[in-house]
Design a protein around this ligand. Sequence first.
Ligand SMILES: [Zn+2]
Length: 80
Amino acid sequence: MGVGTNIALMKPILLISKITCPECGFQKEETIPEYSCQFFYKCENCHKILKPKEGDCCVFCSYGSEKCPPKQKNATANKM
Ligand SMILES: [Zn+2]
């Protein structure tokens, strides 16, 4: 039962996310803009424009290996 405060678990915010195209499976590392969410992303391989899934704020949340900075902060805060 959680009584502890997990101050030691501050995770650094990652600003590189590997985006996986849902259409062709192509993967590319992209820099996440720290202060704005990226809504559109064009796949270099099949040139399909990716948009966030419902409930996600940006393409990194939907298709990236790392979510956008605000989400990463929330995830850290909500963990325990
Ligand atoms: Zn693609």
